[in-house]
Write a protein that binds this ligand. Structure first.
Ligand code: ZN
Length: 197
């Protein structure tokens, strides 16, 4: 940039920032415990609700790249895959990237569930008082919504970060997840609440 007046350089940067950001498949490896440290740091600096929203938004943005990577590995539109093959692709791709094993389960009549006994976002902590894998909830909401062609809501109903054996992500329509959330707040066990939807 030698010889370029500061004002011109600034104008150039502003123009670049305004252009659409290309979607990137570039990845970096970060120790899993950094996710818990990031959550703690955001909570201290911004408060619990803002921390949850920020992590959810970051996960949601990452869902775009994961969707593209899955499409690449499938070699055809994800919507053309059988449900079984789709879940296998999701599980395999995320596992290979260090997120952990992820198992899909149907929860009739209105929900699906993805469960993991070693999910990375809950690594190195059991100090939380409620499910805290916000990044993953955002990622799955975007990914599943894009495949479904409409909004999909995701709610983590069990989490290793608060001492549960598994992280369990329930997903379904906004109305179903909202109703589930209300029942869980009322103290109903998950299986009972999900079955009553
Ligand atoms: Zn979790």
């Amino acid at each position: 940039m030698a010889g370029v007046p500061f004002r011109s350089a600034l104008a150039l940067r502003t123009r670049n920032d305004m252009s659409p950001m290309p979607r990137s498949r570039r990845e970096v490896l970060v120790p899993a415990q950094a996710l818990a440290a990031l959550r703690r740091g955001l909570r201290v600096e911004a408060g619990p609700l803002a921390a949850a929203h920020a992590l959810h938004a970051a996960g949601y943005a990452a869902g775009d790249s994961i969707f593209d990577m899955l499409s690449d590995s499938a070699g055809r539109p994800l919507t053309e895959l059988s449900a079984r093959r789709f879940w296998n692709y999701v599980s395999e791709l995320l596992s290979r990237r260090g997120w952990g094993s992820l198992e899909h389960r149907d929860v009739p009549p209105a929900l699906g569930l993805m469960a993991s006994s070693d999910w990375a976002e809950a690594e190195a902590t059991t100090e939380e008082t409620q499910p805290s894998c916000h990044f993953t909830m955002g990622l799955l909401a975007n990914l599943l919504g894009r495949v479904a062609g409409g909004a999909v809501s995701v709610l983590e109903v069990r989490c290793r970060a608060c001492g549960d054996a598994e992280c369990c992500f329930a997903f379904g329509s906004e109305a179903a997840i909202h109703a589930l959330y209300g029942r869980l707040l009322d103290g109903q066990p998950f299986e009972e609440a999900a079955g009553a939807l």
